[in-house]
Every structure is written in structure tokens, then in C-alpha cells.
Design a protein around this ligand. Structure first.
Ligand SMILES: [Zn+2]
Length: 288
């Protein structure tokens, strides 16, 4: 059997210690420990040193968000300056430097900070809200509503027909790049229904069986990528040019040479941080 896929950003990360979040005295005691660490930020994202490790400082007393424990040491983050969520395209260079063991902590801290930056007001009554539960919710002092960090599910899928995979390119991709098709899951949909709908809308193909492969937190600003494999019933394409520049079927040999980064490869493979690359690697290894 092929090994289970291991997408970038997936992994154990910190012990989130949920039982401590509701205890404000326990959080305050952790914050006051001499060994407590606070995440450093740079250009709107967690700072990374020359070895690809996250950078930490002592506590500065700014609004602390409790990220969790590692070997008993409390780790906190703060809210970075600025309102805008980080654009993944601006940070792919940064992600190429990040140690994969640190990536789950990077994802949790950035996604949580992005949510706070975009949800400063109560969505029920419009009053200003404040971080609560160590930063894992926001409470409205006006109407009493409590709001929790949102995670937006996105399906991302390889469609296969007769041993070939369907990949597409979005207008903003670098030249030659092809990747898995993707789209947000809508209210009232299952993962399988969203996969079938997106492949129908973007490429005009009908699919039969859909199988879950792997998932990945994607902190730009706060998605959960749900990787799937779909069996296409035919290979005739009707491409939605509002969504995609192009979509094509690629052979196994095409995918292998693209993953190897060969200069004469049929396409430029997605970068290592993208779950699309993990799905392609798993497919080459026989998982589908
Ligand atoms: Zn309110």
C-alpha cells in the first residue's frame, strides 16, 4: 500500500491545551512564566529564521493569543499590525524556506491572526468584540454573542480518465504551471457533491466515484483544503474561461517529469507547500 499523503502544514504542531483556554487565571499564569515564548511577526506573517525555524521572543504584554504548549512551555502569539489577510502568492517564497515541522504552528498562528484581523466587530449586533478564551473566540460585550474562528472548506481534486489526470491553470499562475482544480464547498453540500459540481462548472465533465485522499490547513486567510480523487465519466472538456486559462489531460509520464522538475516537462508542477503537489505525488505512488 502507498504511504498516506503528508501535505505541508499538516502535522501535530503544538498541544493546543483546550482545557486551559476558558481559565483566564491559568492563561495569565502561563503568560507570566519566565520561559513563556511569543511568536515574532514580520511583514504580516510569522517570522522565519535562516534555518527555516519560527522566531520567538519573550512576552511583551500585547494582546496574547494562546497557541499551546510544547514540552510544557507555553507559546503565545499576538495580533500583527494591519487589517489585510496575507496573500499566499506573496509568501510562496517564504513558505519554500519554512521547516515542514514548524509549518502546522505557522498555519495555526497565521489563520487565527487573520480571523481576528477580519472579525473585530460582532456579526450579530455590530458592536466591537474582544478576544476571549485565550484568543480562540471573540466575545461581544454588547449583546453577549460569542464568535469562533472560521475555517472555510475548499475541495481540491484530481479527476482521472483512462489513466490521465485533469489539471488546469488559473490566470495568475506562473507560465507553464498546471494544478488541481479547486473550489469552495457551498452551504448544504457534501464534499463529494462539491467536487462533482466544481468539475462540472469549470471543466464540463461528469464524475462518478469521488474519494477523499488528504486534507491541509491553508492559512490564506483560513481555509481547509480537502483533497479528493474523482473518476471522470468522459474526457470531453468545456472550460469556464472566467475561472481557468486552460485545462488539459496529462499522462502519468507527464506528471512524473513535472514532479521531477525536468526542463522539458509537460508542465510546471505546483510548489511543495500546495496540497495539489501532494495529491500528484500520491497518485504517482499508486494512491487514488
Ligand atoms: Zn453583539
Amino acid at each position: 500500500m502507498p504511504l498516506p499523503p503528508d501535505p505541508f502544514f499538516a502535522g501535530p504542531g503544538l498541544d493546543r491545551a483546550d482545557h486551559l483556554r476558558a481559565d483566564s487565571e491559568a492563561i495569565a499564569a502561563l503568560r507570566d512564566l519566565s520561559g513563556a515564548r511569543q511568536l515574532a511577526w514580520e511583514n504580516g506573517a510569522p517570522a522565519i529564521d535562516g534555518d527555516g525555524r519560527l522566531m520567538w521572543t519573550g512576552m511583551t504584554g500585547e494582546t496574547p493569543l494562546f497557541l499551546g504548549l510544547q514540552n510544557g512551555v507555553p507559546h503565545f502569539s499576538t495580533l500583527p499590525d494591519g487589517d489585510a489577510p496575507v496573500d499566499s502568492r506573496a509568501h510562496f517564497g517564504l513558505l519554500s524556506l519554512l521547516d515542514s515541522a514548524e509549518a502546522p504552528i505557522f498555519a495555526a498562528a497565521l489563520s487565527l491572526a487573520n480571523w481576528h484581523r477580519r472579525h473585530r466587530f460582532c456579526s450579530v449586533c455590530g458592536a466591537a468584540s474582544e478576544p476571549n478564551r485565550g484568543g480562540w473566540s471573540r466575545a461581544c460585550s454588547s449583546c453577549g454573542a460569542e464568535h469562533y474562528p472560521r475555517v472555510d472548506p475548499v475541495v481540491i481534486m484530481l479527476a482521472e480518465h483512462d489513466g490521465r489526470l485533469l489539471l488546469g491553470r488559473q490566470p495568475h499562475y506562473p507560465p507553464g504551471r498546471y494544478s488541481a482544480l479547486a473550489g469552495f464547498v457551498e452551504p448544504g453540500e457534501t464534499i463529494e457533491a462539491a467536487v462533482a459540481r466544481e468539475l462540472g462548472e469549470e471543466a464540463g465533465i461528469e464524475v462518478g466515484d469521488v474519494r477523499y485522499i488528504a486534507s491541509q490547513p491553508w492559512p490564506f486567510p483560513s481555509s481547509l483544503m480537502i483533497g479528493a480523487h474523482a473518476d471522470a465519466k468522459g474526457d470531453a472538456l468545456t472550460i469556464d474561461k472566467n475561472e481557468l486559462d486552460d485545462a488539459r489531460w496529462f499522462s502519468r509520464a507527464d506528471v512524473v517529469t513535472a514532479l521531477e522538475g525536468k526542463p522539458d516537462a509537460a508542465f510546471l508542477a505546483p510548489p511543495r507547500a500546495a496540497i495539489a503537489r501532494t495529491l500528484l505525488e500520491a497518485w504517482v505512488d499508486g494512491l487514488k
